[in-house]
Design a protein around this ligand. Structure first.
Ligand code: ZN
Length: 322
């Protein structure tokens, strides 16, 4: 089974009121996350991947740099590519109205999600973001993930127009994700939407029977490894895990969340130890036909035990402890 270990990389400035005053500290926290125990934003993420010899995919949000300067995007991309990891495109269009000159004509109000923009606007935004990222990235950009998973049918037209053939935006646990797709409920691990091949975030059924996305910060290590085992047993060909550049940090702080750090370490150790079964790799367009069709059959979802889910609930209680 191919495992896609993905990270959405983005920078936020504590709201939109004091962007320029907040940015320097925000950049330091979101990119480096310095603390007495180490740098638990990108540096530790990259170091752990490298130590275990794993290939990750980093969906990097470039629009922030049109506000603050290309050199910031350059530093982010250099860190990731310098560690041998793959850079792909992530887009949070809520930056659109903060950029001068604006990349689209109508910036009269802040619109958070890509699906709030029409097809022509989405095409302009994707092309604009792609140009910003390509100006800094050495590797080829061929894959996309919408901010907040908020892709719709128009997004797939915009991606096709930009020549982006692979997408990993769907996470149907979010209402805004793929809302107008005709077979939205199809949880197949790879599917075609128009000319674009789509790898949804893997969903599994937790020990209480609830659907849960495979996200590092939101699953216990036991849930993640059981979901991986279960997906492999079901014959799934792809498993998409999501995390973020700041997922190992405590909310609003530059200190590591030790529970999430040990989950991520544990996940990487587990994937590295089971290399013969789990091929951790980037996104490539697979030939339409056998692989896509096999995965497109109404999929039984991977599942985990109650114990693994109780473990997560216990960890969450501990994480809320000050
Ligand atoms: Zn994002």
């Amino acid at each position: 089974m191919k495992v896609h270990l993905t990270f959405d990389v983005e920078i936020w400035c504590n709201g939109w009121q004091r962007l320029d005053a907040e940015f320097p500290a925000a950049f330091e926290r979101y990119v480096y996350g310095r603390s007495a125990r180490g740098e638990f934003a990108l540096p530790a993420t990259l170091e752990i991947l490298q130590r275990h010899g794993l290939q990750g995919v980093f969906f990097v949000e470039p629009l922030f740099s049109a506000r603050f300067g290309a050199e910031y995007l350059k530093r982010v991309v250099a860190l990731i590519e310098g560690a041998g990891q793959q850079v792909q495109l992530h887009l949070h269009p809520e930056w659109t109205d903060e950029i001068t000159p604006p990349p689209i004509a109508d910036v009269s109000r802040k619109r958070q999600h890509l699906c709030h923009y029409d097809r022509a606007e989405q095409s302009q935004l994707v092309a604009y973001g792609l140009a910003l990222l390509r100006a800094q990235a050495g590797g080829e950009i061929s894959a996309f993930r919408a901010g907040s998973y908020a892709a719709n049918l128009d997004t797939y037209h915009a991606l096709a127009a930009a020549g982006l053939q692979v997408d990993s935006s769907l996470n149907t646990e979010y209402e805004v994700s793929g809302a107008d797709l005709p077979d939205r409920g199809n949880m197949a691990s790879v599917r075609e939407v128009g000319a674009v091949q789509v790898y949804p975030i893997t969903l599994f059924r937790d020990g209480r029977g609830r659907l849960r996305p495979a996200q590092v910060g939101a699953c216990s290590l036991a849930e993640m490894t059981q979901a991986l085992e279960s997906a492999a047993t079901l014959g799934r060909r792809h498993f998409v895990i999501v995390s973020h550049n700041f997922e190992m940090l405590r909310p609003g702080r530059s200190e590591p969340d030790t529970i999430v750090v040990s989950r991520f370490e544990g996940l990487c150790r587990y994937l590295a130890a089971h290399r013969e079964r789990f091929d951790v790799c980037g996104f490539e367009r697979v030939p339409v036909g056998a692989s896509v069709q096999a995965d497109a059959a109404p999929a039984r979802l991977p599942s985990t035990t109650r114990w693994a889910t109780w473990r997560r609930l216990g960890e969450q209680a501990l994480r809320r402890w000050p």
